[in-house]
Design a protein around this ligand. Structure first.
Ligand SMILES: Nc1ncnc2c1ncn2[C@@H]1O[C@H](COP(=O)(O)OP(=O)(O)OP(=O)(O)O)[C@@H](O)[C@H]1O
Ligand SMILES: [Mg+2]
Length: 261
């Protein structure tokens, strides 16, 4: 984030909660006595233009659930999500055009090619044929996908699949970027490409939120961080204010050490 840049708030999540109702089998598996699970419990945070917000937290803390709500794949039990001051549920289809989402749960279809998948997604986003062709050329070049555009996805390496997913996630040039563990499963070279890409998106003025378990990624890239424990915001703020003179890993372990998971 450049210091001179206006810290314009693009998205506000306000007191978000998500309660899942568990089946009796899920209750048994998890050894729970109640069928109600508060996965996200009153989370608030803001995403700003040209800024990267990193969500951290142990497995099961509620990161993916939060990001799925912000991406409208899951509706909150309570709370609000405002895009430029307006509730996103007032016009979901318009909001979705503003959002690029990526999660390891969303798999590309093995039997299609990157070329076909891009066209398909671009059509969903309402891009014209001309826009689609222009944008595809741009983003495929950017990620080195062009030589593999007509190869079945099943024959691509993990890193190349991730690049195809990234390329497709920005097909419609979204203003808000929501990436759940974007470097999951990638080697250090491919991870570095993703880091560079995130930094470039920030320079382009995107409002970005990522979840990750990789401290070095957060230390290098995040402008703000939120550490979630048991669905609640345990620590939040500007990266420098949160870490002070400590490293992020120490801050994280000090925090989770004091909270029973
Ligand atoms: N569809 C669902 N039904 C029931 N419980 C769910 C559902 N989805 C998530 N949960 C539960 O909600 C809690 C939060 O899960 P979530 O996937 O958001 O965590 P996370 O922080 O992304 O974890 P990880 O680091 O492992 O990805 C967990 O207890 C999880 O088991
Ligand atoms: Mg997750």
């Amino acid at each position: 984030m450049s210091l001179h840049m206006e810290q314009e708030i693009v998205l506000e999540a306000k007191a978000l909660t998500k309660r899942f109702t568990l089946s009796s089998r899920q209750m048994k598996e998890r050894k729970l006595l109640s069928n109600s699970l508060m996965a996200v419990d009153g989370l608030s945070f803001n995403l700003k233009k040209g800024s990267i917000y990193a969500l951290l937290g142990p497995n099961g803390a509620g990161k993916t659930t939060t990001l799925r709500m912000v991406a409208t794949l899951l509706s909150p039990t309570s709370g609000e999500i405002l895009y430029r001051g307006k509730d996103i549920h007032q016009d979901v289809s318009d909001y979705r055009k503003k959002v690029g989402f990526l999660t390891s749960e969303l798999k590309l279809d093995d039997f299609f090619t990157p070329d076909y998948t891009f066209d398909y997604m671009a059509a969903l986003y309402g891009l014209s044929k001309e826009e689609t062709a222009k944008r595809k050329k741009e983003v495929f070049e950017r990620f080195g996908v062009t030589p593999f555009a007509l190869t079945s996805i099943k024959n691509l390496s993990t890193g190349m699949k991730q690049k195809v997913s990234l390329a497709i996630s920005i097909a419609h040039d979204p203003e808000i970027i929501i990436y759940d563990e974007p470097t999951n499963g990638l080697d250090i070279l491919a991870s570095r490409d993703v880091e560079d890409f995130l930094a470039a998106l920030r320079e382009e003025g995107k409002a970005i939120v990522i979840s990750t378990h990789i401290f070095s990624l957060v230390e290098k890239l995040a402008d703000e961080i939120g550490i979630i424990l048991n669905g609640k915001m345990a620590l939040e703020g500007n990266m420098k204010d949160v870490t002070k003179d400590k490293n992020l890993e120490t801050v994280f372990f000090d925090l989770i050490g004091g909270v029973k998971q």
